[in-house]
Design a binder for this molecule. Structure first.
Ligand code: FAD
Ligand code: NAG
Ligand code: NAG
Ligand code: NAG
Ligand code: NAG
Ligand code: NAG
Ligand code: NAG
Length: 524
């Protein structure tokens, strides 16, 4: 059994995505849509408005195909007439705007004027089906805006709106070994997860990524640029931390940063599936025994196929991560070893900056693959139900016996409770349920190509798995907004507290009355 194989398997952990409860999405026509100009018109009219560093691509441009690849294409494929890659650099060419914020503002005004729908993208890993309702629009890529700068106080940093996790992690670490609370996969952006909450290995101590936002520069639907923070535009500041994909384009964020803890340890265990019940009851037992201990290890599990271990069934994998020394990690190790893993590996002394690559979440890991259909069917829980997980596993095993789906994985995530419950739910728009149900799980189905039969099969099995492990009482169903497909009922992703939902709707009316930011799990 090769370690590289294990890492590849482990790599498919820690991601997630979407449930499909109402798969036949209604097409949402942007209400103020006038008509789409041709790609050539867009190019001609937009070029003089943008900085020289910005790029505009139309279907005849070299690089067009690459610009429209997404992590989960072709299943998720919004349709664009043009891609605009805005840049943050200043431009002093006479006759052009030399202020980057003005450039961005103009750009969005342009999209507003012609009525073309637009979508901001950073890491292009978003997967809600609602993205497919965008037709003939403009993709505004923020990827050129990817700088991270630690401030002299050493406690905060400015991270630009299009920065990937990988870029922020490397850059902050190189500036005095700092780290910010971002997501786990290197290929995902900083902004995308944060706007919906942001789960990570650091959440046990520091809460959600959104809980660590100090301020943000936001371009609103009407083209204005505003700063949001605890003292400016406080209502928008509340809303973008949890429901942020609905309100504007984030061009930069001021985030809390911490001294990165080095010397992380990763434990990896592989079990054959007959250990499934004891695996989940051990996990439950440890979490209830140490419920009040702050600083528990991060636990990430996975069902995935590995024919080297078992040719007939998926195996059950566990990764445990912790920085420095952690007395309880030793107990975790003993308990899981006692179950008799087929494989157990301890990887010590991992520097923070390498943690994600070593953990199988790096830029070139299977989780970061692109142009591969990806469909998820999430549930959030407070405790595992081993019998339900067995029922789900059996369906997963049946599906992945088909080679088309055999690189799929079922992620089982426990990033920690204490950091997120330390923050009052009223602080921001992250659903209170997100703080309460700390166990995230989702089958992640990967397959290639555009075959309708494959898609139907994935959806049918996915729904069965989601139902098998979900709450008997639908009133208790919750899905993380960034794992959701965008077809769930709003309270199931944004939270059931109706006064919070009403507040979001009011803010939406004020700041985006035409629902220009209405393609990613829209709240209206
Ligand atoms: C491989 C993988 C790993 C993941 N890991 C994690 C994880 O560790 N933690 C976690 O919490 N979630 C994780 N997710 C879910 C993730 O939070 C969402 O998929 C998120 O939308 C991805 O953001 P993106 O920028 O990469 O994708 P994009 O598709 O570029 O963006 C998604 C949406 O965010 C909005 N958006 C993006 N950038 C901006 C911006 N600058 N301003 C305003 N709006 C913007 C747009 O509405 C866009 O449609 C993961 C997903 C995948 C596929
Ligand atoms: C882009 O994709 C289209 C459709 O798949 C294909 O016909 C075309 O040749 C591709 N263009 C380039 C430059 O690769
Ligand atoms: C920003 O992106 C460019 C192009 O991909 C890359 O060369 C550069 O290293 C990135 N900057 C940082 C700080 O990561
Ligand atoms: C845009 O909306 C904001 C928030 O409502 C408002 O403060 C600003 O004046 C508006 N800008 C324009 C140009 O209308
Ligand atoms: C790193 O952590 C391990 C495991 O907890 C511990 O045994 C070791 O002493 C630590 N090493 C350093 C250099 O701190
Ligand atoms: C775990 O791995 C170590 C080192 O390879 C080995 O010595 C030990 O026997 C293993 N323990 C179990 C319970 O498999
Ligand atoms: C998936 O199926 C292909 C084709 O049968 C096979 O070569 C590959 O090893 C399988 N992969 C896994 C993880 O089972």
């Amino acid at each position: 059994m090769k370690t590289t194989n294990l890492l590849r398997l482990a790599a498919t952990s820690l991601v997630s995505l979407a449930a499909t409860l109402r798969y036949d999405l209604p097409f949402v026509q942007p209400r103020n849509r006038i008509e789409c100009p041709s790609a050539e018109t867009i190019l001609k009219e937009l070029k003089p408005l943008l900085s020289a560093q910005a790029e505009i691509l139309i279907p005849s441009s070299p690089g067009w195909n690459k610009s429209s690849l997404r992590a989960s294409s072709p299943r998720i494929q919004p349709q664009f007439q043009a891609v605009v890659e805005v840049a943050s650099t200043k431009d002093n060419t006479p006759g052009r705007t030399d202020r980057d914020w003005l450039m961005r503002q103009t750009q969005i005004r342009y999209a507003n004027r012609i009525g073309a729908p637009f979508l901001a993208v950073s890491g292009t890993h978003g997967w809600p089906l609602s993205l497919n309702t965008l037709k003939g629009g403009i993709q505004i890529s923020l990827r050129k805006m990817n700088d991270s700068k630690v401030h002299p106080d050493g406690k905060t940093a400015t991270v630009q709106g299009g920065t990937l996790q990988y870029e922020a992690t490397k850059s902050l670490y190189s500036q005095g070994k700092k780290m910010a609370v971002t997501g786990l996969c290197e290929c995902v952006s900083v902004a995308g997860p944060l706007l919906g909450g942001g789960h990570s290995m650091l959440q046990e101590n520091h809460g959600f990524a959104a809980d660590n936002l100090i301020s943000a520069e936001l371009v609103l639907a009407n083209g204005s640029v505003v700063l949001v923070s605890s003292s400016e535009n406080t209502d928008l500041f509340w809303a973008i931390r949890g429901a942020g994909h609905n309100f504007g384009i984030v061009t930069s964020m001021e985030l809390k940063v911490y001294d990165a803890q080095d010397n992380w340890t990763m434990l990896t265990f592989v079990f054959t599936h007959d250990k499934l019940e004891s695996y989940f009851s051990t996990w439950n037992q440890l979490e209830s025994e140490y419920e009040n201990v702050v600083g528990l290890p991060v636990v990430n599990g996975l069902f995935a196929r590995n024919p080297d271990v078992d040719t007939a069934n998926p195996v059950v994998i566990l990764q445990v991560f912790f920085p420095g020394t952690n007395p309880i990690a030793g107990v975790y190790k003993q308990r899981f070893l006692a179950l008799g893993p087929v494989v157990n590996v301890t990887t010590p002394d991992i520097e923070y900056v390498d943690l994600y690559t070593v953990g199988g979440l790096g830029m070139s890991s299977p989780v970061c693959r692109e142009d591969n259909n990806l469909a998820g069917f999430p549930n959030s829980h407070a405790k595992w139900d081993p019998d339900a997980m067995r029922a789900g596993f059996n369906i997963f095993s049946e599906l992945t016996a088909d080679p088309t789906f055999n690189t799929s994985a079922w992620i089982l995530e426990s990033y920690g409770r204490h950091g997120v419950t330390a923050v009052a739910p009223s602080e921001n728009a992250v659903a209170p349920e997100e703080r309460q149900f700390h166990l995230l799980n989702s089958p992640l189905l990967w397959w290639v190509g555009n075959d309708e039969g494959d898609r139907k099969k994935a959806v049918e099995y996915g729904r069965r798995m989601q139902k098998a492990v979900g709450p008997k009482d639908r009133a208790l169903f919750h899905a993380y907004v960034n794992y959701a497909v965008g077809t769930e009922a709003l309270p199931e992703i944004y939270g059931r507290d109706s006064s919070r939902l009403a507040r979001l709707e009011r803010l939406k009316k004020t700041y985006d009355p035409l629902n220009r930011f209405g393609f990613y799990n829209p709240i209206v």
